[in-house]
Design a protein around this ligand. Structure first.
Ligand code: FES
Length: 75
């Protein structure tokens, strides 16, 4: 991880096919399930409160809070 970068950008450096469109927290294309760890989201205009409660995050807005974070884009 580089300082200040989003989880999406970190993933894209290794996996060019990670899903995204707006990178602004609006479209929801980067929605991923947080399998383990904790993240902080800058903005969220896409996910419903229920989705957040169920463990979904927007990768383009997420920054890791824990040392290890595991995301699942296919869930
Ligand atoms: S890419 Fe649009 S919300 Fe993340």
């Amino acid at each position: 991880m580089l300082e200040g970068e989003s989880l999406l950008d970190a993933v894209l450096r290794n996996r060019a096919d990670a899903p995204y469109a707006c990178k602004g927290g609006v479209c929801g294309t980067c929605r991923a399930f947080l399998v383990s760890g904790e993240v902080r989201m800058d903005r969220n205009f896409a996910l419903e409160p229920e989705e957040v409660e169920s463990g979904y995050v927007l990768a383009c807005q997420s920054h890791p809070v824990t040392e290890r974070v595991e995301l699942d884009f296919d869930r």
